[in-house]
Design a protein. Structure first.
Length: 257
């Protein structure tokens, strides 16, 4: 048998095998076949995107997958499998926290290894929002790397997780007014007394960009090539983010809560 014929035969066999696999598992993507196998134990809950250690009794695989599907759809990304861990006490939760932990911290994500850490304040009632927010952090890092700056990161995570309310009147009254373009995670910069302003302003910034940019999803797609700040100036025609932001907040505060 010639070398060319052998190669053609090998390719034909491989193609036939893949066709057989997809005919047997029509709802399974190639990404799922290539995910690392994780053997489950009684203290784990496993989906294609996340392994959750020490899950509470009220949490089901279906609920986790529902949150994952929602966040992946909004951010247009298939998560490289990550690990999330529930902790029974706040002391256990903050052992791996790299900043200055505050009493109100319910969960956090470590960028160094893309792990999600969930404390005892994460309950049946708020799981979807809190876990969705943390998973969004993971996906943003996996997909955009450092293209999404800190001043937008928390707001984008809140937005895709389902937080909708922006207290425009309250935000407009906060003094001194922060420069929104210099926002960082408040717990990383030891500015916990302004954490509520940071989160509110970052979410409001996302809402502003959704209104003022021609297409917010396209803005995110453009940022895959470079830092999103560059495209806010060119694509959205916003040369001074902070000035535009506070002008927009004051305008919204006239008519909204």
């Amino acid at each position: 048998m010639s070398r060319n014929l052998s190669i053609k035969l090998f390719v034909l066999i491989c193609t036939s095998l893949f066709s057989l696999l997809f005919s047997l598992f029509p709802q399974t993507s190639l990404a799922e076949f290539t995910r690392p196998y994780v053997e489950a134990n009684e203290n784990q809950l496993i989906t294609n995107s996340v392994v959750i250690n020490n899950p509470p009794s009220w949490l089901s695989q279906g609920r986790v997958q529902s949150v994952v599907d929602n966040i992946e759809r909004k951010l247009e990304w298939s998560t490289h499998r990550v690990t999330a861990t529930f902790y029974a006490s706040r002391t256990e939760l903050i052992r791996n926290f790299s900043g200055r932990a505050a009493a109100e911290i319910m969960a956090f994500t470590k960028k160094t290894d893309n792990t999600i850490h969930l404390g005892p304040k994460v309950t049946r009632a708020n799981f979807d929002l809190v876990f969705g927010h943390e998973l969004a952090h993971v996906i943003i890092f996996q997909k955009y790397k450092l293209a999404i700056p800190a001043w937008l990161n928390e707001g984008l995570c809140n937005s895709v997780a389902g937080y909708k309310e922006v207290k425009f009147k309250w935000l407009s009254r906060q003094k001194p007014r922060i420069d929104v373009s210099t926002l960082h995670h408040p717990y990383e910069i030891n500015n916990m007394e302004r954490a509520d302003v940071h989160y509110a302003a970052s979410l409001a910034a996302i809402k502003m960009l959704e209104k003022k940019c021609p297409d917010f999803k396209e803005l995110l797609n453009l940022s895959l090539n470079s830092n999103i700040d560059n495209y806010i100036k060119t694509y959205c025609q916003i040369p001074d983010v902070n000035k535009t932001f506070w002008s927009w907040i004051d305008e919204q505060a006239k008519y909204k809560y």
